[in-house]
Design a binder for this molecule. Sequence first.
Ligand code: MG
Length: 342
Amino acid sequence: MILSYKTFVLEYKRPFGVSSNTRTSTTSVFIKIEHQGKTGYGEACLPVYLGETVEGTIGFFEKIKPFLVHHASSSFAEIIKAIDEFSLENNAAKAAIDIALNDLEGKIERKPFYDLTGIGKSDSRLTSYTIGIDAEEMIGQKIKEAADFSILKIKAGTKDDKALINLIRKYTDKPLYVDVNQGWKNKEEVLEMIHWLHEKNVILIEQPMPVTMLDEMAWVTARSPIPTIADESVKRLKDLGALKGCFTGVNIKLMKSTGLTEALEMVKYAKQNNLQILLGCMAESSCATSAMAQLMKFADYVDLDAPNLLKNDPFKGVNYKNGKVYLNDLPGIGAEPIDALF
Ligand code: MG
């Protein structure tokens, strides 16, 4: 198995603001793994706030390269397990390798991932569309640009979130998800805010409080009229146990979970433990987004809008129409590079 990689800057159509920062691009390191005349593709998307660097990611790939050459006869599941032992971190780099190996396996077996794993196909699902924090005029403009989408996800955690939601409501009455990115600290105020949001047709609240405030989150969730979803509080399968009673559901993302293999285990754990499932993404390309869309059958909520936010997506995969994300029938993850990326 031959691994090669390519660093690529994904540029946004519009600057994207969250409670902690505003970005105009995200760097991804794309990989391909060639084996038995087939090529599997993967992506490590590296938003700066997650702390994974291009250098660290490439360093990890360089460590894995000889391992892949020498273990080409092992099963893909064994390889994925062994690669996890190479470091404690590098979740995005591990995700890229996992996505590429699952893509490769699908191509060798001529089956989409959803068939290969017996998940089954979900042809299409409504996805939310994210509106980042921005100046008033730009928010109005972004809402107009999101005309196709019937659910909007609002990034809150601003100085005055009630003013933000009132502003949004000047432009649209669509149902909203609100993602606070840990921006609120006082549990009584958080609960009061959630009740106010509920009256404004906000139907889901994501990570309202810091990851360290689990007891307070349990108090809020027990009283919340809408589902509370953990994002920053959960990366991998091992983190799910601590959530019991603290959140209604979990936002699963490939760049946190180390790829499709563990994301599928997380989905199964969530189902068994009565946790709702939101399938999410970083600002990643159609490569990783198409991989995650393979799991749509299990989702209570789908937030896979990232390719719509990009102006230079180097992959073609899932399609979007009337606010829905559509899976294709291609083998593997259902995505291919659109030009000479490598
Ligand atoms: Mg989030």
